[in-house]
Design a protein around this ligand. Structure first.
Ligand SMILES: [Zn+2]
Length: 180
């Protein structure tokens, strides 16, 4: 595929039946989903999201990195300004998946080659064991003082072979996690 014909055709069909001009900017489900960029893991499909339902943040591996923390803190700040509530209550759902390409980052040889070639350190994005990594990512959020404590965080794991999402950690308020 060397041009945009296919996606522009699809957009044309989308725009022909477009009815979403009046959607509010704040997501209807009060949810932000962090997941991997893998093309098989699009939350609109996997979680049945419609336009305006959720904020979706994606990176290699779907892991909580320093830039993800900045994005979430900025979003929370904006929502706080819009709603007049400095401690907004939206739900952060972290969703990793099986057969993730970011498992390559756990291989020191691969990671070192990438760093030597590009000067990019992907160690924080490495996927080693999804359940452990998801729990570590919840801890990364809890350890980040820029993320407001009123946010709720949960962890999900999507199986690319069955289409099924399993809840690894039920939603908990960050302030409760911080209290231990
Ligand atoms: Zn992935």
């Amino acid at each position: 595929m060397t041009d945009n014909t296919a996606i522009l055709d699809r957009n044309s069909r989308f725009a022909d039946r477009f009815e979403a001009a009046d959607l509010p900017i704040l997501p209807k489900l009060g949810t932000l989903i962090l997941t991997c960029i893998d093309a098989r893991v699009d939350p609109a499909h996997v979680l049945g999201l419609d336009l305006g339902d959720a904020v979706v943040l994606r990176n290699n591996g779907g892991r909580v990195t320093a830039s993800v923390i900045d994005e979430i803190a900025t979003l929370a700040f904006m929502v706080g300004k819009m709603t007049g509530n400095r401690d907004p209550k939206f739900n952060l759902a972290l969703m990793q998946h099986t057969q993730c390409g970011a498992q390559n980052f756990a291989d020191p040889e691969f990671r070192n080659a990438l760093e030597a070639t590009l000067g990019i350190d992907v160690s924080a994005s490495a996927v080693v064991d999804q359940e452990t990594d998801l729990k570590r990512d919840i801890a990364r959020l809890a350890d980040a003082p820029v993320i407001p404590g009123g946010l709720t965080v949960s962890a999900l794991l999507y199986d690319v072979k069955t289409g099924r999402v399993r809840e690894i950690c039920a939603p908990r308020k960050l302030s409760d996690i911080r209290r231990g």
